[in-house]
Design a protein around this ligand. Structure first.
Ligand SMILES: [Zn+2]
Ligand SMILES: [Zn+2]
Length: 549
């Protein structure tokens, strides 16, 4: 028994340690600590989750700082957690900022500070106590809450538990996927809701699991670091809220109905409604079989559809990325780093498309720079052959429709993207004239992010796509499906229109770092939502068909 007292707490596994660090990161953020500190803890959590060796052993051997991203501060927290079973600062902060109330508050439309103030006035600490106090009519006694606000909060609490509740602002696809993938992985379930259909803006979040006994899964869900409070719990379903107030539904299906529940929770509502009543099925394939219709990929489940879907393009059919940046403009990585990462992804080619001078807000290249960059690209090609780095450019389209580099320089380049960066608010006539003029330049191969939107920040521009597609078809120019999560431009319906107009799509990432190359899955998913097959996507083809002789 003596030996036991040496370590009073059972050793935590990597997933448990990562969960605690992630909670710590969220709470640090709520407490207004520097964004960088919170991010460092979140990264450490990710790293620990992916590490195979037991972190507890690395810490006790004094070797944990050999992992990249774990510095002395994080090491000290890990030591404390493993030796005492707790992180004291985390507990102190939790009592100060009440993450559960903050999550519920955001869900109801209250700012974090206000939610904590109301909680204090009511003398409540948990979401459940908050709901009980509201139901008893005690909100009316809180300073600053009049009858109108009380009615609004009560309605929001009531409304929140109904299916179809949507947050006020949609979540970007990369964050939505990461949120649900984390939850699904922890529970051994599947991502569902809007992110499973790879929507550009996500409002409905669900994870579907199965098990004969739902309780353990529902309880595990409540304890996940991503879920700060559960606002509704039924026998096989729960609605949880993240610290940002985003509602996530958990469905625990009976094993023989897993496919049925997954199909239903994936949506869209209109698509599912048209298939009802759904037969029971252990997986989606058997549900479709029982319905007597072909399997439909989630990306195509927007409008009612019972037909045979086309063979949609797959990420592993992509042979190269044709729009990435390097440290010559605003990218973080060198040409060599980007190229090596592309080789690792199994690509055959990569076009380095840095900005030109006109872009101004970030460094851009002039004619001299482009020629100096050519030397670096040639050197990288020598090392990585037969892999090919293409000399590309993301060339600004000037207000008069001319390009931001001299013709002789453009003629040397192997891949020219033309981009409008300023003047997105121009009229349809102006923008279309300017864009079409640029497309007529013989060097231009592809039009970047044609609609110029930044999701949740800037509306789509007025560019007349029908006219652009006509000209693109005439000239053999391609149009881009940009994979930056806040662009995804062209988006689904526009991809479909381009394809119907006979215009090739390029799926690219516009990566500004090695990590950014991973957004290819977002670009490809967006093209898939536009019914694209490999045949429609130019960069599924070999290099010989990309580069003009
Ligand atoms: Zn751009
Ligand atoms: Zn770019």
């Amino acid at each position: 028994m003596e030996a036991m007292s040496e370590r009073a707490y059972p050793s935590l596994d990597n997933a448990e340690i990562a969960d605690r660090l992630e909670t710590f990161a969220s709470v640090l953020e709520l407490a207004g600590t520097s964004h960088y500190t919170a991010r460092a803890y979140r990264r450490a959590a990710e790293l620990i989750r992916e590490t195979k060796a037991p972190i507890a052993d690395l810490v006790s051997a004094g070797r944990v700082r050999e992992l990249r991203g774990i510095g002395p501060g994080i090491e000290a927290r890990l030591r404390e957690l493993l030796e005492t079973g707790r992180i004291r600062e985390l507990e102190e902060l939790e009592s100060e900022v009440a993450p559960e109330l903050v999550g519920l508050g955001r869900f109801l439309g209250l700012g974090p500070k206000r939610a904590v103030e109301i909680g204090r006035a009511l003398g409540v600490r948990t979401a459940e106590e908050f709901r009980a106090a509201a139901a008893e009519g005690r909100l009316a006694g809180v300073p600053g809450i009049g009858p109108k606000t009380e009615a609004k909060l009560l309605a929001a609490l009531e409304h929140a538990t109904r299916p179809g509740f949507r947050p006020r602002r949609g979540m970007l696809l990369n964050r939505a996927r990461a949120l649900l993938e984390g939850i699904a992985q922890a529970l051994g379930g599947e991502v569902a809701g809007d992110p499973r259909r790879w929507r550009d803006v996500n409002e409905e979040f669900a994870v579907v699991c199965f098990g004969p006994r739902p309780e353990p899964l529902l309880e595990h869900f409540e304890r996940l670091p991503q879920i700060v409070s559960v606002v509704e719990r039924e026998e096989r379903r729960a609605l949880g809220v993240t610290v940002e107030g985003v509602p996530v539904e958990l469905v625990v299906a009976e094993p023989q109905r897993f496919g049925t529940e997954l199909l239903r929770a994936t949506g869209s509502r209109a698509y599912v409604h048209a298939l009802e009543p759904l037969p029971d099925g252990v997986d989606e394939e058997s549900v479709y079989r029982a319905l007597g219709i072909p399997y439909c990929p989630p990306e195509l489940r927007e409008q009612p559809f019972r037909g045979e879907p086309p063979p949609l393009v797959e990420v592993d059919e992509i042979r190269g990325d044709l729009h990435v940046h390097s440290d010559w403009s605003d990218g973080k990585a060198s040409v060599l780093d980007m190229a090596e990462a592309a080789v690792e992804r199994g690509y055959d080619y990569l076009a380095i498309c840095d900005h030109t001078r006109n872009v101004r807000v970030v460094p851009g290249l002039d004619a001299d720079d482009v020629r100096r960059q050519a030397e670096e690209i040639a050197a990288v090609n020598e090392v990585l052959t037969p892999f090919r780095v293409l000399r590309g450019i993301e060339c600004d389209i000037l207000p008069d429709g001319s390009l931001d580099l001299p013709d002789d320089v453009l003629a040397e380049l192997e891949w020219v993207q033309a981009s409008v960066h300023a003047g997105q608010r121009g009229s349809a006539a102006e923008l279309t004239k300017r864009t079409v003029e640029a497309m007529r330049h013989p060097a231009v191969r592809c039009l970047s992010h044609p609609k110029g939107r930044i999701i949740n920040h800037r509306q789509e521009n007025a560019l007349d796509l029908e006219r652009v597609f006509e000209v693109a078809l005439e000239l053999g120019t391609a149009v881009e499906t940009n994979g930056l999560p806040d662009r995804l431009d062209l988006r689904d319906v526009h991809v479909r229109a381009a394809i119907e107009g006979g215009v090739p799509i390029v799926c690219s990432t516009d990566a500004h770092s090695v990590r950014g190359l991973g957004n290819m899955r977002l670009s490809v998913a967006t093209a898939r939502r536009g019914w694209a097959t490999a045949e429609h996507v130019l960069n599924t083809r070999p290099l010989s068909e990309i580069v003009r002789p």
